[in-house]
Design a protein around this ligand. Structure first.
Ligand SMILES: Cc1cc2nc3c(=O)[nH]c(=O)nc-3n(C[C@H](O)[C@H](O)[C@H](O)COP(=O)(O)OP(=O)(O)OC[C@H]3O[C@@H](n4cnc5c(N)ncnc54)[C@H](O)[C@@H]3O)c2cc1C
Length: 447
């Protein structure tokens, strides 16, 4: 009987566990996560006002409640926690589903000025990630620049434009709700270095910006026209064509008066963040132009956009995990159909799935076939894997070594505490935002 550890309880970890118990009638699966809460970025990334996508947690929940699956939260694998080598001793196989936890950098002067944040830091704050800092993101800001034109950039732009009435029904932590409700940010520029036909946002998310109450979206038709595909988008794939259509509608619409203005800007590459009184005050951009080969090139013309808040959203990147090989170019673990490769050779018993396997692309559902491929490889190796003797019960061994996991009843206790907190505030469920309250709820209220 195979005993398998899945590290990470995000979509790829849950889909891996699901595939394992579906395809192997005897497999026992432990899903370990450094956080006391499951679901990875579905809980700590997907925007709180996207309730429908958030509700995917209910599907992942059924996996973690399966009789042959155990959730072991609050267990860090790697430095400061359980070493990867120890995990290998305890289980026949380990599947790493640790995601891509860090941001790419812009690599421009001023990037680290106060007032300049990665989108991840902002997202973690409004999502109540226990590692996040409450550093007054919107405090004192009137205008914001969001650098990037993907869906995460759209998410953070939307959150800056939403008011208390719309955010209050979400599970956003109370401090973030209060801060965003009191925000005086009225201008948000979302800026991409490429053209509209190369933007990575999806049309549904883009169009949603136009539905926000008391918010005007503006697009400069002359800037759109710099894109050769703008005049005739018929040769573009359907998603990009639809993006162009949505942008054209805004570009052609008469100007609107509204409390919030979202400006969608293209062909501008950030070259420096400018400071005033020790804080960011503007972003200097260089105008770019298509180079005819699908990329852009600088034109030597510059434009400064005022901003007291800058959110950088230019992509995610995996972080190396001690004991696992890592490709620094791609930010992923080298693998062959999910089998970890050490110096080009398969490392028996070690597997990867999700963002750490294929990089930070695709939607939640993309992780399902990705996990399935990995599980297929693992089960092909099963006959060899089971030959190795492993702990009778890895959890007993871990406990003997001082590890105190948050098990499923502990997570259910966190859920109850979040419902109670929400009720006390006259809201629905409200997330607990720090380690102390999460672990307090998990350990003291578990049934
Ligand atoms: C801001 C944001 C918004 C998004 N919104 C959407 C959306 O609306 N719709 C959509 O379809 N997709 C969305 N996505 C994409 C989606 O979230 C990803 O496809 C998906 O979460 C990737 O799954 P994963 O399991 O590989 O990684 P993750 O979801 O990141 O899960 C990784 C898990 O591993 C754990 N972990 C990491 N390191 C360790 C360690 N050393 N020890 C133990 N545990 C560890 C983490 O705590 C985490 O729980 C969004 C992504 C981001 C960043």
């Amino acid at each position: 009987m195979l005993r398998i550890a899945v590290v990470g309880s995000g979509p790829s970890g849950c889909y891996t566990a699901q595939s394992l118990v579906q395809q192997d009638p005897d497999a026992l699966v432990d899903v370990l996560d450094r956080l006391p809460c499951p679901y990875g970025l579905v809980r700590y990334g997907v925007a709180p006002d996207h309730e429908k996508i958030k509700s995917l947690q209910n599907n992942l929940r059924t996996v973690l409640e399966h009789e042959r699956v155990r959730f072991l939260g609050g267990v860090q694998i790697g430095p400061g926690g359980v070493p990867t080598t120890r995990l290998r001793d305890l289980y026949h196989a380990v599947v790493y589903c640790v995601g891509a936890a860090t941001d790419r950098h812009l690599g421009v002067p001023g990037e680290d000025l106060p007032g300049s944040w990665s989108a991840t830091e902002f997202v973690s704050w409004y999502s109540a990630h226990p590692d996040s800092v409450d550093d007054g993101f919107v405090l004192g800001a009137r205008s914001a620049v969001v650098i990037g034109i993907g869906n995460v950039a759209v998410d953070v732009t939307r959150m800056l434009a939403r008011g208390t009435a719309e955010l209050s029904p979400t599970d956003m932590p109370q401090a973030a709700l209060t801060a965003l409700g009191a925000s005086r940010v009225t201008e948000v520029s979302m800026v991409g270095r490429r053209g509209p036909s190369q933007a990575r946002f999806t049309t549904k998310e883009l169009r949603e910006l136009g539905t926000l109450p008391d918010t005007a979206v503006s697009v400069d038709p002359a800037e759109l026209a710099l894109d050769p595909a703008y005049a005739d988008p018929s040769g573009l794939p359907a998603p990009q064509r639809r993006n162009i259509e949505a942008l054209r509608a805004w570009a052609e619409a008469p100007p609107q008066d509204a409390r919030h203005r979202i400006r969608l800007r293209f062909f501008l590459r950030p070259v420096e963040l400018l400071a005033e009184a020790g804080r960011v005050s503007a972003v200097r951009f260089e105008r770019t132009a298509p180079d005819g080969r699908g990329a852009v090139t600088g034109t030597g013309r510059y434009e400064d956009i005022e901003a007291q808040l800058v959110l950088r959203s230019v992509g995610y990147r995996g972080v190396p995990l001690e004991g696992l090989p890592f490709d620094t170019t791609t930010g992923t673990v080298p693998h062959s159909e999910g089998r970890v490769l050490r110096e080009g050779r398969v490392a028996p018993g070690e597997y990867v799935a999700g963002w750490i396997k294929r990089g930070p692309t695709g939607v939640i559902g993309t992780n399902r076939p990705c996990a399935k491929e990995t599980v297929t490889s693992l089960l092909e190796d099963a006959a060899v894997l089971v030959r190795r003797e492993v702990a009778q019960d890895p959890l007993t061994a871990l406990r003997a070594e001082g590890v105190e996991p948050v098990e499923w009843p502990g997570w259910c206790a966190i859920e109850r505490a979040e419902a109670e907190l929400g009720a006390s505030l006259g809201r629905g469920v409200v997330k607990l935002p720090d380690w102390e309250s999460l672990l307090g709820a998990a350990h003291h209220n578990a049934l």
